[in-house]
Design a protein around this ligand. Sequence first.
Ligand code: C2E
Ligand code: MG
Ligand code: MG
Length: 574
Amino acid sequence: MNNLSSQDIKRLVLVVDDEFVNREMLGFIIRRDYNVIYAKNGKEALEQIQKHKNLLSLILLDLLMPVMDGFKVLQELRNDNELSKIPVIVLTSEKSAEIESLRLGAVDFITKPYDMPEVILARVRRSIELSEGSKMIQNTSKDELTGLLTKDFFYQFCERYDKYYPEEKMDAVAFNINNLGLINEINGRAYGTEIIQKIAEAIKVLLNMTVGMACRFSDTFYLYIEHRDNCEEMLTKFLNEFNSIFKNSRSRLVCGVNQNVDKKVDVYRRFERAMMACNSLKNNYNTNISFYDAELHKKELFEDCLVSDVETSLTNKNFTVYYQPKYNITGPRPRLSSAEALIRWKHPEFGMISPGVFIPLMEENGLVSRLDHFVWGEAAAQVRRWRDQYNITIPVSVNLSRIDIYDPNLENNFMKLVRDNGLKPTDIMLEVTESAYTDNSDQIVQVVESLRSKGFFIEMDDFGSGYSSLNMLSELPIDALKLDMKFVKNIAKNEKALHMVELMMEIAEFLKVSVVAEGVETEEQCRLLKQMKCDVIQGFYFSKPLPPEEFKLLIEKEVKARESEAKEIGYVNC
Ligand code: C2E
Ligand code: MG
Ligand code: MG
């Protein structure tokens, strides 16, 4: 054989086939573009692979061979971290074998007889390009933690699979570990990782019982499997077996299924649908499995409509900002101390839509940052207008989405906003939801610390709904905790809720940060919170969120109250 060196411009391809004619034929087809080496069974192939592993760009592998078959070779490659990165095209004529080899990590098939040389060459080229391209972006086809596919490769496989089997009925399945963050917090990250790996292993067993492939990203697994009528039974059994291992009752494995997928719909969307079904289980603890159905389809159409209407609604000023006052209750009278800016969408067709509906949706596709920037701009201008009109500064807090935290221009944006409106950083407060801190605490700590050093005031929103440990909290750069309203809701009715809030107040005291209670609706709740030394209250008890023209009445009232206080002090003094 020729000496092979890395200087060779032609890529190196190994052809493995026990039949001489087949080997020669393939060699002949690709020899012009590639350097070719040969092996006539699995054993020889493995020797060649070991010898040339750093140079091999592709393996063309026959499945049925004496001594050692192709399946065994695939298995051996799969078990080796380094070798598993060399792409393999399987040479076969049997459909079931093709699927099995896909599962074992092959990237493509070439069917015998080899009567379409240009197709074979194109496949070879594409597989090498894909593999090299993916190496360049540091994205291997395998998820390191589980050995399942990565999402990008998974989608490519699904598409390729469909091309081969356009008539095959398929199910798109999504599994999600609910509250993995909670598991990590309570039992440690290593335990969370162990759970992910256990699920992956169980999925591999499941795949052995059916035809299909799977990938993992974060706390989610996608499966593309051959449709079967007893799919619900099979998945329910899987879920039941698995869910018994969760120690914490708030964590569980849930599953969404898009059965018999519509192949006209692109592959991403098919899994979005499975995920929609999965997400529909969020507040439903009666079952762990849900199917994409007509109702979810209707919801999907509605959501599509909302997503496509964002830009025009921004242009047409259908979005506005409401302000909900926050009152400081530490003194003898509740003092209007600040406000929260809350977005409102008056949709031309659907009327007023709650941010509870569209914000999570826009968070999924990143459009939320367009909305956030709009709100921040409006809020800063509004603080300025009030100051000009009433000679009083009412700082306004704005909500930050997770995606904003990753924006490298975030700090510059806020600095510019403050500068352009002649404000100080303390006039704008930033609300970051607790669960964002648990998602990626390192990144957030860095971003928030930097914003704080510039003078911005940071509030942790929805405190109590995430799973921050005391340890973690003590290291977080925050100025205030906003108690999640579901804790406030029952304090007047329920001892347990009251104790929970007391505990949170103690945590705040320990952290030396102030507390804002949200969702305060009654006098009794207000009284109890004051007793517990809560600093600031936001809720319908004082006012619901208001458009600026109504909010100004609250400012006028506040200005009057402050004036009369000043007068009183003046009288006392003289
Ligand atoms: P949040 O930031 O926790 O805002 C507080 C929510 O509680 C607001 O709902 C407010 O109207 C509601 N609320 C206040 N007091 C009471 C009360 O006494 N009782 C009850 N039942 N509710 C009360 P809203 O305006 O519907 O906003 C919901 C969520 O949408 C917000 O929760 C926030 O997460 C998100 N959101 C709103 N505006 C924006 C925005 O501009 N950007 C981003 N990223 N998210 C926003
Ligand atoms: Mg908020
Ligand atoms: Mg909140």
